[in-house]
Unconditional design. Structure first.
Length: 278
């Protein structure tokens, strides 16, 4: 972003399914969400940069920590300057930005391979639920239901992404499917590609899918209480990505896998339905 404004995050966001939910928000909230999205994409790109060495990538993430410290201290925020207005207007918490960076640092420090379920849950909290906590401030939710929604929807979305990206992650040396799920399926992990190619991956993935479904149900139950806030965006994401998970379950995870994508027409229809019904 050349001039450090949140508006410049919009083109990047427009290339994702995220954009459909964000564009129905009021202008200030929409631009704040674009800024949070842009921050997440930047630090995620650092974590996934397979060309850069680990030390250089750690330095880049540490620079983000430094710039966030400066922003919250009222100083020169450097590359974090575009977050200044969203932080001020919506009282976004420093700890949640830090948690996102900590999650990305996990991928920089080592290639994640068959973590324990507890380790995976912490990773999901950092890279997804922390983003949710930033988002619910922007959506105008009250603290307790907002934190609960971020907890469940963030984890549900991240687990769905993990199940969708098994082959892509294995190709770069990562396996996020937890050790307990692999053991239940009878898979003894040796290398990422070996794990991904095992036909018993379907059994392991379904255990993770069941966990994601539990989080989707909790998120849907929270949204059904109609808490305060601009909640079309999280309603849309819950609906769209729970649908992706169901389609993946129908197809299965035995190799060779076919990547399941969001249905753009279904997303548009859901936006229209939510706008009419609330």
């Amino acid at each position: 972003m050349s001039d450090g404004t949140a508006v410049n995050a919009a083109p990047a966001a427009a290339r994702s399914s995220f954009y459909a939910g964000m564009r129905v928000l009021p202008k200030a909230e929409r631009e704040a969400m674009y800024a949070v999205y842009d921050f997440c994409r930047i630090v995620d790109d650092i974590a996934d940069d397979q060309q850069g060495d680990r030390a250089a990538r750690r330095t880049q993430l540490d620079q983000w920590r430094h710039d966030l410290d400066a922003l919250y201290a009222g100083g020169e925020a450097g590359q974090a300057a575009f977050l200044t207005e969203p932080v001020r207007r919506f009282a976004l918490e420093r700890a949640d930005f830090e948690a996102v960076i900590d999650g990305m640092a996990t991928d920089v420090d080592h290639d994640v391979r068959w973590p324990s379920e507890a380790e995976l849950d912490l990773y999901c909290d950092r890279v997804a639920s922390a983003v949710g906590r930033l988002s619910v401030h922007i959506f105008g939710m009250e603290h307790e239901p907002g934190v609960a929604l971020a907890h469940h929807l963030g984890r549900a979305l991240q687990l769905t992404n993990i199940l969708r990206d098994i082959d892509e992650d294995a190709a770069i040396g990562r396996v996020y499917i937890p050790a307990e799920a692999l053991a239940e399926a009878g898979i003894v992990p040796e290398t990422p590609l070996q794990v991904a190619a095992d036909p018993r991956m379907d059994v392991a993935a379904r255990r993770v899918a069941a966990r994601a479904h539990r989080h989707y149900r909790e998120a849907a139950a929270l949204l059904a209480t109609k808490p305060k806030g601009h909640l079309i965006a999280p309603r849309l994401m819950e609906h769209a990505y729970a649908g992706v998970l169901r389609r993946m379950e129908h197809v299965g995870w035995a190799p060779p896998r076919r990547r399941v994508r969001t249905n753009k027409l279904a997303v548009i229809w859901t936006v229209l339905r939510l706008l009419v019904m609330g």
